[in-house]
Ligand binder design. Structure first.
Ligand code: SF4
Length: 356
């Protein structure tokens, strides 16, 4: 084990901001997907609009149920015939017919094999999966699954062979993956880390995988934050931890570097919803010469809207990959001045729970 993955257990700030997550690690509480399986939702014979209405209404009741189970006021129900997790899966499957999992809203029918921006059809295609020891200390060891395709085009992408389909990926059965997750938990992994590319195109598949998992394992939604409002609703009360990138402090930079219009609106909305419905770790990959235009507004927004105690990973490991040389300032790594300036700003705005 990495030593800081042990010492973080005694880090009060981290424990406070991710308290439910730590309880799941130590099996004192149940992962949300396990509780969702026990929460009834009788949605047969309803049309899609009625199902959404029921889903959104049930979220509040489910939160109360989780709280009561967590506090030991009630015992969890037995697994029910038709659950809120089943309802989420049903709604997600419908989205595959006219895809709008991410902000692109391509409207293609992926169930018929159509593809668009992300390149994903209805198959679950995996690049690799392994026990990751390089994530934030609280996540390590993290059973990490890298799926193919992405909803953004970051010119400096370090996973570009995966995100941009320079490799074909391996078709994976969801049942088999769920078994791998169970085995990973049994050997001591703290969580299931869903990443890519970006996991968003596979939201339906991930919900389905969680239905098949037996062990109690925390789910970590590791995303670029560029997912749609419907996706944010399906993630609500399902993801235990949102591990969200906050990439840009304005839309001009998001468009120039990642071809992501309306990134700011999507990203801020999804962070707010994440805070409301789960626990949150924010990743900010600091880019050269994007301190004042991006880093500063990001951390200012975080402190103002999410609080100074939210867990933030300020990442200095930027390295030019893929097509980074197309953007002049991205042709080099960060220099010492930029790193110092970044830490100064983080302290200045009042962030109290950040790591570098
Ligand atoms: S996930 Fe996003 S990019 Fe991919 S098909 Fe759906 S809407 Fe388009």
């Amino acid at each position: 084990m990495r030593p800081d993955s042990i010492s973080v257990i005694y880090d009060e700030k981290c424990r406070k901001s991710l308290s439910r997550y730590f309880d799941i690690i130590f099996n004192k509480k149940l992962a949300k997907f396990k509780l969702l399986k026990t929460f009834p939702a009788d949605f047969q014979d309803m049309n899609n609009a009625e199902k959404w209405k029921m889903h959104n209404n049930l979220l509040k009741d489910f939160r109360d149920y989780v709280e009561d189970v967590d506090l030991g006021k009630i015992k969890p129900n037995k697994i029910v015939k038709s659950s809120l997790l089943d309802l989420k899966i049903e709604l997600a499957k419908k989205i595959l017919e006219r895809c709008m999992f991410c902000m692109r809203a391509c409207s293609v029918n992926r169930l018929k094999g159509e593809t668009k921006y992300c390149g994903c059809d209805s198959n679950f295609l995996v690049s690799s999966m392994f026990d990751h020891y390089g994530e934030e200390p609280e996540l390590v060891p993290s059973f990490t699954v890298f799926t193919m395709g992405c909803t953004m085009r970051c010119l400096h992408c370090q996973n570009w062979t995966i995100s941009q389909w320079y490799e074909p990926g391996n078709l994976y059965e969801l049942e088999k993956l769920a078994k791998q997750v169970d085995i990973a938990r049994a050997r001591g992994c703290r969580n299931l880390n869903m990443v890519g590319g970006d996991p968003t195109p596979y939201l339906y598949h991930w919900l389905e995988v969680s239905r098949k998992i037996s062990e109690n394992i925390a789910t970590v939604w590791n995303s670029n934050s560029y997912y749609s409002y419907p996706s944010s609703q399906l993630l609500a009360e399902w993801a235990d931890v949102y591990l969200l990138d906050f990439k840009y402090g304005n839309n001009d930079c998001a468009i120039k570097i990642s071809d992501a219009p309306n990134y700011w609106e999507a990203c801020t909305r999804n962070h707010l919803i994440a805070k409301e419905h789960g626990e949150l770790i924010i990743r900010i990959l600091v880019l050269p010469r994007h301190i004042e235009c991006c880093f500063r507004p990001i951390v200012e927004w975080i402190v103002k809207n999410l609080g100074k105690d939210v867990r933030v990973n300020v990442m200095f490991q930027y390295t030019p990959h893929w097509r980074a040389d197309e953007v002049p300032e991205l042709r080099r790594r960060l220099n010492n001045d930029e790193m110092e300036q970044t830490v100064r700003i983080a302290k200045e705005v009042g962030l109290e729970n950040f790591i570098t």
